[in-house]
Design a binder for this molecule. Structure first.
Ligand SMILES: [Zn+2]
Ligand SMILES: [Zn+2]
Length: 297
């Protein structure tokens, strides 16, 4: 499990911002939708204060079984050098064409089940992270997302838990996919859960009820978000037998989920009066700041 702290500097405590998880680009697949993929990159690049997280399967290349099979061939290691060079070039092109322009918004990239291993413990996702100078998020990750204004201390944190989702749930129906995600999240303590892999796209939110541990005893409702990150590849392509067609899977849901995090300050007449009397302006520490999560797909 990779643990990562990421500080997000926003202009004010009341600035909303979106998180864009993305996965299953499968850029070298016949069904890849370059149109949707470019729409996604455009939106991330042009949305102020946006963050993006990659959840694997950037290119098709090889699944686990094929990689295992390939690694059994030990006689001529030199022939793999050409293969490694080819995949390094593919990773370089992918970074240059697509991820470089959003690099400043990218928290990191995690690993899917489609990737290439260079043989020295480095896979192509790690390699892309090195080129982009962003953190590698491994197979599963916890991100402690810290919000702060420029030159101020952290005023809020959110925990994000992500995993590509292979070997966890391959639910193909919307209900099965949502239930699998909620069930899995039951024993995990995060605010935002993200999975991918089944090429389904949906985002849902629900509050968690708790009470204050210190100070005045009050009920607190904290929002939680559950996201299946979608994909940028069609399951069915004319005149081509795809993996989805072989298994007669549901058509994929092309696209992505956007999660908006919106600060809310409930109106408190007493607090307002106090602030006016003391001529206080909104500062970093806002005791009664609440957040709303909204998903769009
Ligand atoms: Zn995929
Ligand atoms: Zn996958």
């Amino acid at each position: 499990m990779v643990l990562l702290e990421h500080r997000h500097i926003i202009p004010t405590v009341m600035t909303p911002f979106p998180i864009f998880p993305f996965a299953c680009v499968h850029e070298d697949n016949q069904g890849h939708s370059s149109e949707k993929w470019r729409d996604f990159l455009w939106e991330v690049k042009h949305t102020p204060n946006a963050l993006a997280i990659g959840l694997g399967d950037y290119m098709d290349f090889l699944r686990q079984h094929a990689r295992d099979f390939l690694s059994l061939y030990k006689t001529d290691r030199d022939s793999f050098k050409k293969l490694h060079d080819w995949r390094r070039k593919a990773a370089d092109d992918f970074c240059e064409k697509y991820l470089d322009p959003i690099r400043d918004k990218l928290i990191g990239l995690s690993l899917g089940n489609h990737h290439h291993e260079f043989g020295d413990g480095i896979n192509d996702t790690m390699y892309m992270c090195q080129q982009l100078k962003v953190p590698y998020l491994g197979v599963g990750f916890f991100i402690r997302l810290q919000l702060a204004q420029p030159n101020r201390t952290v005023h809020q944190t959110f925990l994000i838990l992500g995993h590509h989702g292979h070997k966890i749930s391959t639910a193909q129906t919307m209900g099965g996919s949502v239930n699998a995600l909620l069930k899995r999240a039951g024993s995990l303590g995060a605010d935002i859960y993200i999975q991918a892999h089944n090429h389904q796209k949906h985002g849902t939110t629900r509050p968690e009820l708790t009470a204050t541990r210190n100070g005045t005893l009050k009920l607190i409702e904290r929002p939680k978000a559950f996201i299946r990150a979608g994909c940028f590849v069609r399951g069915y392509v004319p005149n081509c037998v795809t993996y989805a067609e072989e298994k007669l899977y549901e058509p994929t849901e092309i696209g992505y989920v956007r999660l908006d995090i919106i600060p809310k300050q409930p109106y408190d007449p007493e607090k307002y009066k106090q602030n006016v009397e003391q001529d206080k302006k909104l500062s970093g520490k806002q005791g009664n700041l609440r957040y709303e999560f909204k998903t769009y797909s």
